[in-house]
Design a protein around this ligand. Structure first.
Ligand SMILES: Cc1cc2nc3c(=O)[nH]c(=O)nc-3n(C[C@H](O)[C@H](O)[C@H](O)COP(=O)(O)OP(=O)(O)OC[C@H]3O[C@@H](n4cnc5c(N)ncnc54)[C@H](O)[C@@H]3O)c2cc1C
Length: 168
């Protein structure tokens, strides 16, 4: 169910997990934990739909590498940036987790194997079909890799009924 925090006047029931932010990560975690029987409170700072009042919180300065201005790069309402993401997906490579020449601090604190068990759940949430395996290109040292380029799943729309009709 949806509860507007501005309408809350007394404490509710106990919950098992509180998640802050109902974007890609928050909604994915909330629905997965709820499916496993946990009582989840998912707190979204923005409104149910886009509003200038909420989006104004994302005004800020981007430093270092050039990127989309902060105000437009993230969306601050239910569904978060999945409301405008492109849907391009591919599992991370082992290389992605290793330190790059710029700094040893670029290494991830976990290895790829730590997240591998969760890819199938993520693929289901994002409606991704299985990708072909990478194919080495003979004699080149390169490999052909594949990306999902389907319709970008809008988590707000996909899980609207799940979120609003949940008992807790
Ligand atoms: C134009 C664009 C295209 C993209 N295309 C791709 C793509 O093709 N493939 C890809 O993999 N990624 C893509 N991305 C990146 C992808 O959208 C993000 O990596 C992803 O949405 C991040 O998920 P998140 O849950 O961390 O954050 P978000 O999805 O941004 O969710 C954060 C949530 O937290 C809420 N929130 C913020 N502050 C608070 C607060 N104080 N209290 C409570 N709630 C709060 C926000 O309102 C929002 O709902 C794209 C991004 C952009 C901008």
């Amino acid at each position: 169910m949806y509860i507007d925090f501005e309408d809350i006047s007394e404490h509710g029931d106990a919950i098992d997990v509180c998640i802050i932010g109902a974007g890609a990560a928050g909604i994915a975690m909330a629905v997965t934990l709820a499916e496993r029987g946990h009582r989840v409170l998912l707190c979204e700072g923005g409104d149910a739909d886009y509003s200038e009042r909420s989006q104004d919180s994302y005004r800020g300065e981007t430093v270092c590498d050039a990127y989309i201005p902060l105000y437009g790069a993230r969306l601050r309402y239910l569904g978060g940036s999945t409301n405008h993401w492109g849907g391009v997906c591919r599992p991370l490579d082992r290389y992605d987790f290793t330190a790059k020449s710029a700094s040893s601090e670029t290494a991830w604190p976990i290895a790829r194997d730590a997240i591998s068990p969760y890819y199938s759940t993520a693929a289901s949430i994002l409606d991704l079909a299985p990708l072909p395996a990478d194919q080495p290109i003979a004699g080149s040292g390169f490999k052909r890799i594949y990306f999902s380029l389907g319709n970008p799943t809008r988590l707000k729309e996909k899980y609207a009924a799940t979120l609003s009709e949940s008992a807790t």
